[in-house]
Ligand binder design. Structure first.
Ligand code: 8X3
Length: 261
């Protein structure tokens, strides 16, 4: 849409899943120029996405940067070294995040716990902290926080993941209130079951186990969520879609899911 023209959009975790789909969705929705900053740990994936986007959409400029958001000094360096052409960010898609394992409390590995909190909470917050001064100066900017159905609901085997997403929701809600006298929009999107690498990562790469978890479920696809993100951030300035739970039709909550088989 025309409302996106000229914007600079920063997406974390853009190498796959919802992040990648969101990059593609912005590129195809934009009428006019658009700058995309794509970050993730896997630079090769970002670079092939960049080639694909720039070939298909001549109005899009893409910058790719290797970034692990659980590394605070890497975030610092990223913002310091952002080329001038891309430094006037308008939209942050704070998407990088993950779950590790299904262990119950008492058996959770400290590594998994640190990894989830450092990525989903500490890293996410650091991205916001770095961008907020710029957004305040401009009195504009959109921050899209990737929550989850787990932001609203805790389930066995998900104590830490749910704690990270609920911490993020608490942070995001305070931020929205703090931003009340600005034109900055704080948008939290809470997907349910989406077909991405999320489950594979959670099962430490065991794709068989991951497939079994989602068997018989008509999951959302990453671009279903990407469409929402692009729609939400292209509403008129007077509108903010503050919080939204987006589930596949076969799901009513994390623990209430209809399986076809
Ligand atoms: C991911 C959805 O249901 O695995 O955010 O917690 S769930």
């Amino acid at each position: 849409t025309g409302r996106l023209a000229g914007k600079t959009i920063l997406i974390t975790g853009a190498s796959a899943g919802i992040g990648e789909a969101t990059a593609i969705e912005y590129a195809s929705a934009a009428k006019g120029e658009l700058k995309l900053i794509l970050t993730a740990r896997r630079l090769e994936k970002l670079d092939s996405l960049k080639s694909k986007l720039e070939a298909e959409f001549p109005n899009i400029k893409v910058l790719t940067v290797k970034l692990d958001v659980s590394d605070l000094s890497a975030i610092e360096k990223f913002f310091k070294e952002l080329p001038k052409e891309f430094s006037d960010v308008d939209v942050l898609i704070n998407n990088a995040g993950l779950a590790k394992g299904f262990a119950n409390v008492g058996e959770i590995s400290q590594n998994d716990l640190d990894c989830m909190f450092n990525t989903n909470v500490i890293g996410n917050i650091a991205m916001v902290q770095h961008l907020l001064p710029l957004f305040k100066k401009k009195n504009s900017g959109d921050i899209v926080q990737l929550g989850s159905v787990a932001s609203r609901e805790s389930y066995p085997g998900g104590a830490i993941y749910c704690a990270t997403k609920q911490a993020l929701r608490a942070f995001t809600s305070a931020l929205r209130k703090e931003s009340i006298n600005t034109k900055i929009r704080i948008i939290e999107i809470q997907p349910g079951s989406v077909d991405t690498e999320f489950s594979d990562v959670r099962f430490y790469g065991d794709k068989v186990a991951s497939k079994k978890l989602n068997e018989g479920i008509e999951q959302l696809s990453a671009d279903d969520i990407a469409e929402m993100i692009v729609f939400f951030t292209s509403r008129k300035q007077n509108t903010v879609v503050a919080e939204s739970l987006i589930l596949p039709t076969c799901q009513a909550s994390r623990s209430h899911t209809y399986r076809h088989s």
